[in-house]
Write a protein that binds this ligand. Structure first.
Ligand code: ARG
Length: 259
């Protein structure tokens, strides 16, 4: 009887040891994989190549930073407005989405050091007879922006809330690519799109749309992690400075922003 008990105890302890080793093996593996969330409608920062893979300045940069530090990276395409909730619920580990560092978001997430500056612009269709030379002129058109963005906030705060634009003439889009597609259909859909300046320039390369107004908002993009995840944030900041000190940085700018 006593012997049986002893054997049982040994087997139990062994099972626990094996279990613990197996489990820690698992956490180790998941910890080395970082899930990056983006909204792939924002060239040249994040967009879909013709084969549907997600590419762009932000994607290459965050992949470089994280793989250099031994992580494997998976990129997930999520609606821009769902990125912060996804980070907060642990569905993703990092946001790389040309996300502007602002006070409201800083209450919800922690941002890396800034990696790119931007302003807002007004984009219209070439040859559509849209006549916009001042902010006031926007009242004559339907104005579009992506939900949850600083461009959307600008239209809401500066035009709609002040009565300069009728709220019926404010169109919200889940994707900026859809907003620009509507713009190209014509002013019956949307006459003007408010969007970040480097992205407006990328869309304007097609020749279908052009920038008619610049709106100075002095924004800077940062990568975001869950509030309190200082370990990952430190790694991203260290990696960012390291990458900026190499030719990889200039090559990346050249690759995505050369005119
Ligand atoms: N910079 C703007 C913001 O933070 C727009 C970002 C939109 N990004 C995107 N991937 N669609 O609100």
């Amino acid at each position: 009887m006593e012997n049986k008990n002893k054997i049982f105890s040994i087997v139990l302890v062994l099972a626990m040891v094996i279990g613990t080793v197996a489990l820690s093996g698992c956490t180790q593996e998941t910890k080395n994989k970082i899930i990056v969330g983006t909204s792939a409608d924002f060239p040249p920062f994040e967009y879909k190549a013709t084969n549907q893979t997600i590419i762009g300045f932000d994607i290459d940069l965050i992949k470089k930073i994280l793989t250099d530090q031994g992580y494997t990276v998976e990129v997930q395409d999520i609606g821009f407005d769902s990125l912060i909730p996804s980070l907060q619920t642990g569905k993703i580990d990092v946001i790389a989405a040309a996300m502007t560092i602002d006070d409201e978001r800083m209450l919800q997430v922690d941002f890396s050091n800034p990696y790119y500056d931007s302003n807002q612009t007004v984009l219209v269709k070439v040859g559509a007879g849209v006549n916009i030379t001042t902010i006031e002129d926007l009242k004559n058109y339907t104005v579009g922006a992506q939900t949850g963005t600083t461009g959307w906030d600008w239209v809401n705060d500066t035009l709609v809330a002040t009565g300069k634009l009728n709220s019926d003439n404010f169109r919200s889009y889940d994707l900026y690519t859809d907003a620009v597609a509507d713009l190209i259909i014509g002013p019956s859909r949307v006459g003007a799109v408010v969007i970040d300046s480097p992205v407006a320039q990328a869309f304007a390369k097609s020749g279908d749309v052009r920038i008619v107004l610049n709106i100075t908002t002095n924004e800077s993009y940062g990568f975001a992690v869950e509030k309190g995840n200082t370990e990952l944030l430190t790694k991203i900041n260290t990696g960012l400075s390291a990458v900026k000190a190499t030719t990889y940085w200039e090559d990346l700018i050249e690759q995505y922003f050369a005119t």
